[in-house]
Design a protein around this ligand. Structure first.
Ligand SMILES: Cc1cc2nc3c(=O)[nH]c(=O)nc-3n(C[C@H](O)[C@H](O)[C@H](O)COP(=O)(O)OP(=O)(O)OC[C@H]3O[C@@H](n4cnc5c(N)ncnc54)[C@H](O)[C@@H]3O)c2cc1C
Length: 223
């Protein structure tokens, strides 16, 4: 598919910009692992980190594919890591800068490079790039853009947080007050980041949202 009106977000740049903006608005960030949720009498009270405890009235579980590794959550989250491998090569000269898409493969132009991918691999938390994965994405990309070189200039891989029904988990925990979920966004976490942020922001600050989120409820997998 040739998609002349489509664009592409630079996700790492977007994340850096959002973080800088949050800091400008007074947010404090701490680069550490959360080991455990803490609760008292059905109410979230904070989290445990390697350096100690942090008290908080509200806790949002938003650790992507790793959300399930946080201890003492009141429910099982069926979020599975699914690896995606990506590659980059110089954008071919004399080619218009476009987005091409077919099946699960795509090639897009970003800052002079062709970015292409991606695999869908159920390999647990193994985030490595593999020869077989790179061969697969190069072959798929060359079907879309035959001028692409066979050897990428760089490659990388990430783990998508996938749920059984393909929908994210966004909303309150029904049993623990002050505990919220924003996880399981699968292949669309960048696309859905703005909306998820608005929903969670409204829920935490006002307790309600105008967006219909019943189909995203965390308890849908257990009830
Ligand atoms: C190859 C590939 C291509 C993709 N392409 C697209 C695309 O085109 N469009 C799109 O919308 N989406 C795309 N996605 C999906 C998108 O990247 C994810 O949906 C999105 O990153 C999920 O965001 P998140 O913040 O929930 O999780 P993540 O981005 O995975 O972030 C989770 C964060 O939590 C941190 N963390 C983990 N455990 C802990 C802990 N115990 N304590 C504290 N922090 C912790 C991690 O270090 C990480 O920083 C792609 C994904 C891959 C892998």
């Amino acid at each position: 598919m040739f998609a002349p009106e489509d664009g592409a977000v630079d996700a790492p740049a977007l994340a850096r910009a959002l973080r800088a903006d949050a800091k400008r608005h007074g947010a404090r960030t701490l680069n550490t692992r959360v080991n455990r949720l803490t609760t008292i009498l059905g109410r979230a009270t904070g989290v445990e980190i390697p350096a100690g405890k942090i008290k908080a009235e509200h806790v949002v579980i938003a650790a992507g594919a790793w959300s399930t590794t946080i201890e003492h959550l009141p429910r099982h989250l069926p979020v599975e890591p699914v690896r995606g491998q990506m590659g980059a090569a110089p954008w071919p000269a004399d080619m218009p800068r476009i987005v091409l898409y077919y099946d699960h493969a795509y090639v897009l132009a970003r800052s002079g490079e062709a970015i292409f991918g991606s695999t869908m691999e159920h390999v647990g938390f193994d985030g490595r790039v593999t020869d077989a994965g790179v061969r697969e994405i190069v072959a798929a990309a060359q079907r879309l853009l035959p001028h692409l070189p066979a050897v990428p200039t760089r490659t990388w891989a990430g783990l998508r947080p996938i749920t059984p029904d393909g929908r994210p988990i966004v909303g309150p925990d029904p049993d623990v007050r002050g505990l919220w979920y924003a996880t399981g966004h699968g292949r669309n976490g960048v696309l859905l980041a703005g909306l998820t942020g608005e929903i969670i922001g409204d829920l935490v600050s006002t307790g309600t949202t105008e967006v219909e989120i019943a189909s995203l409820a965390p308890e849908r997998f257990t009830s």
